[in-house]
Write a protein that binds this ligand. Structure first.
Ligand code: FAD
Ligand code: DLZ
Ligand code: SF4
Length: 514
């Protein structure tokens, strides 16, 4: 039966479920570069370049594997600009008897796909995306009837299901989680791993020119674009990570250093999320490094937990909570993000570093995202929907199914604590402990009030006081609330005045700084 198989930009896996039992002689694979996907948020230039180049290379890989690929380029003069418009044109060209597609990673695109059967009058089969360990029904079965959707318990189910780091029925090392050992600050180290830099080939260069011209007003720079755009090159980065970085990944997972963008992180998320690498395969290889004595358990368990724990869990939450999850705003936050989130021009060194490297590379690591940019946005009371859009725009690995629960849920507490029992907030002290940022900052991390005081400090206390009605009874915040209560009335007044002055300056400066 003549079948049209649309393959979306984050479905770049040769073993995709929609292609698995297809007959190459009867199948047209359709890949579409479309304006709507490039602009529904203002994606970072490198993110667009990465996806378009990886799509073009994947089309070549599919052709080499024997598939007939119909590829629509962004600069095709007849390009309709949308997935549905391009399916309409492909239906005209090929007259398929049915469409088979792997489910999309976003509610917005799911709604489009669900309309196709009616719009085109041919059957549309939507297949489960089995590049994930846990499907929707399994997550629902785990989540229903639970009061608290604690990631740790979900993670244990995934460990048992995959057999990863299990010795019979027991977790390897007799503990499920070695996170307590993974909180060491790092020192500059000449031998620190550096991710591969892949020189753009002719295909990528053509895409870079297209993006430079067409998306000049999007955030970030294209200079120094060095991402892999093929499965083979992504695999080179994976092999490098296992050899050079995994052994210390655990110890320094939460560390931050000035000028060091990557530390011991894998920098594999863009490739995993777009389909060039298989997450379960990476976990099995990480385990093999431990079993061979080449990497310690705290690193390997930490890595496996991020993938079969956090990554799968975030996806489960996204689909379970539904399309209106994006509108949640438990803390009733409405402040605009400062304009320097798009330029990095601020005197706060931690934010300058995190945002600067984000604009330069479309990547920042987890603690920068959570405890620097996310923490600051939460403390100032930024609108969680706007914060969500910023993360979706600027990170190369950002697709809504993974970005939204991380941002709105984990980082901004917009869902009131579905993902974590307390908000991820801290004063400057946490950033000082985990980084060398404060020593290089014009602000003094030890001061709470005064012209040179670290802004995080007063903002932290002000946040707690502002939200005492919603957070005051949270057992995990008992300590800071009781510390605040013990402070003198004058100190409390000065702290709140400091925060008010800072927030007012932020608002009056609007998009251009504070
Ligand atoms: P490593 O530190 O090497 O971690 C290994 C792998 O674990 C990653 O490649 C990733 O696949 C997975 N992982 C780790 N943490 C998470 C997590 N919390 N959720 C899902 N997967 C995780 N990750 C994304 O893939 N896309 C996003 O859009 C995204 N947005 C985020 C927004 C915020 C506010 C926060 C706090 C985190 C976000 N993360 C997101 C999670 C995490 O920051 C990135 O996965 C990680 O920085 C990617 O770099 P890496 O590959 O070097 O990761
Ligand atoms: C993010 C993105 C961009 C920038 N461009 C395209 C594109 O031109 N064609 C495409 O198929 N996919 C693109 N994507 C990824 C899609 O937005 C992603 O597949 C959907 O959000 C579903 O998760
Ligand atoms: Fe950031 Fe405050 Fe440290 Fe400066 S002093 S780097 S603003 S935490």
């Amino acid at each position: 039966m003549k079948t049209l198989v649309p393959v979306l930009g984050d479905q770049l896996s040769l073993s995709l479920s929609s292609l698995r039992d297809a007959d190459p002689a009867e199948t047209i694979v359709l890949m579409m570069e479309v304006g709507d996907e490039t602009t529904y948020v203002r994606h970072h230039k490198q993110k667009i370049a990465y996806i378009l180049s990886a799509m073009r290379h994947h089309a070549a890989a599919l052709t080499d594997a024997g598939w007939t690929v119909d590829y629509v380029r962004l600069d095709d003069p007849d390009n309709s600009g949308s997935f549905t418009g391009e399916i309409a044109r492909a239906v005209q060209r090929h007259a398929p008897e049915r469409i088979v597609v792997t489910e999309a990673g976003e509610w917005r695109v799911v709604a489009m796909i669900e309309s196709w059967e009616t719009v085109f009058g041919i059957p549309v089969e939507i297949r489960s995306d089995d590049r994930f360990v846990c499907d929707h029904a399994e997550f629902e079965a785990w989540a229903k009837d639970r009061q608290q959707l604690t990631m740790e318990f979900f993670y244990r189910v995934m460990r048992r299901k995959t057999g990863l780091l299990m010795d019979g029925k027991q977790p390897t090392g007799e503990r499920w989680n070695f996170d307590k050992e993974n909180r060491k600050p790092a020192k500059n180290d000449l031998f620190m791993p550096r991710p591969h830099a892949f020189a753009p080939d002719a295909v990528t260069q053509e895409v870079l020119a297209l993006v430079a011209e067409r998306f000049a007003d999007h955030p970030g720079t294209l200079d120094g674009f060095a991402y892999a755009v093929t499965a083979a090159d992504a695999e080179k980065q994976a092999a490098y990570f296992f050899e050079k970085a995994l052994p210390q990944f655990g110890d320094y997972e939460d560390a931050m250093l000035t000028g060091e963008r990557y530390l011991w992180h894998s920098i594999l998320s863009p490739y995993i999320n777009s389909g060039l690498l298989d997450p379960l395969d990476l976990c099995r290889r990480a385990e093999a490094e431990y079993r061979a004595g080449r990497a310690p358990l705290n690193s390997v368990e930490g890595y496996v937990r991020q993938i079969i724990g956090w990554r799968e869990y975030m996806r489960g939450i996204y689909w379970r909570e539904g399309p209106d999850y994006v509108e949640r705003n438990f803390l009733d936050h409405h402040r605009k993000l400062p304009g320097w989130y798009w330029t990095g021009e601020t005197d706060m060194h931690c934010l300058k570093e995190a945002i600067g490297q984000t604009l330069a590379t479309a990547h920042a690591h987890h603690i920068q995202r959570l405890m620097v940019t996310g923490n600051f946005a939460l403390l100032i009371g930024a609108d969680p929907a706007e914060v969500h859009r910023w993360y979706l725009e600027v990170y190369i690995d950002a697709y809504e199914w993974v970005e939204l629960p991380n941002t709105l849920g984990m980082s901004q507490f917009g869902d009131g604590g579905l993902l974590g029992s307390k908000p991820y907030i801290s004063s400057g002290a946490y950033i000082d402990r985990m980084s060398d940022y404060c020593g290089k900052c014009r602000y003094d991390v030890k001061q709470r009030v005064g012209e040179n005081a670290c802004p995080y400090n007063a903002l932290y206390w002000d946040f707690l006081v502002r939200h005492e009605d919603k957070l005051g009874s949270n057992m995990r915040l008992r300590m800071p609330y009781s510390t605040w209560a013990k402070q003198s009335a004058q100190s409390q007044k000065d702290t709140r005045a400091q925060a008010a002055t800072f927030l007012q300056a932020l608002d009056t400066a609007g998009k251009d700084g504070y």
